[in-house]
Design a protein around this ligand. Sequence first.
Ligand code: C6P
Length: 417
Amino acid sequence: MSLALVGAGREAAVSPKLWRDDFPILGERVHGKPLAYLDNAATTQKPQAVIDALAGYYAHDNANVHRGVHTLSQRATDAYEAARAKVRGFINARQAEEIVFVRGATEAINLVAASFARPRLAPGDEIVLSAMEHHSNIVPWQLACAATGAVLKVVPIGDDGAFLPEAYEALLGPRTKLVAMTHLSNALGTVTPARWIVERAHAAGVPVLLDGAQAISHLAVDVGALGCDFYAFSGHKVFGPTGIGVLYGKAERLRSMVPYQGGGDMIRTVTFEESRFADIPYRFEAGTPNIAGAVGLGAALDYVSAVGMGAIAAHERELVAYATRELERIPGLRIVGTAKEKASIVSFTLEGVHPHDIGTIVDHAGVAIRAGHHCAMPVMQRFGIPGTARASFALYNTLDEVDALVAGVDEARRMFR
Ligand code: C6P
């Protein structure tokens, strides 16, 4: 199907052709072929607006934040805090103080594990998570369990990769101290019923962290409506720079936490006898932060808001449906993750062909996908496979690119026949 047909019948005011023009890297050629970038779950490409914001910050405003009285330092501080305000608006947090800048989703989850969970856990306490979690939402909790004697309780998933509500409810018990759940699985594409998950946990008096690393660029995230206590995501997966991410935490939760990293900028007073911490969010931002990264993230969120999450979701639904239909026509191909509620990701195996070979062969056709366990080894164990090939979509992808993927995968099948 051609790009023109992709645009036809879509209610969105903007076409993917226009969106593509915003991303200079999409003009690259790989092995002499036009790049078809279908590895957006690993990281997204950056629009010119983000690249310009980064360059503009370094060209005009660069200084350290919160430290100097000089003009540039004030400008850098203003730009950094303006980015925080943009994040607040984007996810509908109540106050900018609830937005902590970190390196990414991984650091956000580690922060909660170290500063919130550990001091509250006792031997035999339970943390509930699901069988479709990324390692970043497993290992920090294992470390917390190892230090405290708490244990993990894992909500199983269905054969289609769906979240199982009854199994979740059955695991919520008197020893549950925290629920840590993905909002959108990076390996399967499954979207979890996050709002309901939070409601059920809160009814049992249990706080909830949502891992929004994938959801942030595909679903409208409203932490007020979700009601979650913590929400973690990375800037680089929502068209922003690497090395910047966000921990959203309800103000009362964050205020109850002692920082796990100490240093400059996170204190009120320091003597050799004791230190008094700054208020939130600064007490969790020890050291010089990624100022340019925050500025770039702010520009990325402006960009996404201008396109509109509704238009993005509608476009990606079409891509997922088309890719699923076309890939399933290839003999021996099996889609892993077919839950009714899914978004933006198509994971698959091909009989007799290792996922890495699929990845290498389609790369020669200019198509970038990820192959392997996707840092979700328990998902692979659940399905009894070593890994999958994974195509993951973003607003700038087209049905023509899906066609290139399907042709490449079929080529792999014929080569290994
Ligand atoms: N998933 C993928 O290819 P970081 O590395 O901190 O930006 O994000 C970690 C992370 C946490 N949770 C989920 C659901 C994720 O998908 C990721 C990152 C990438 O699927 C890289 S492994």
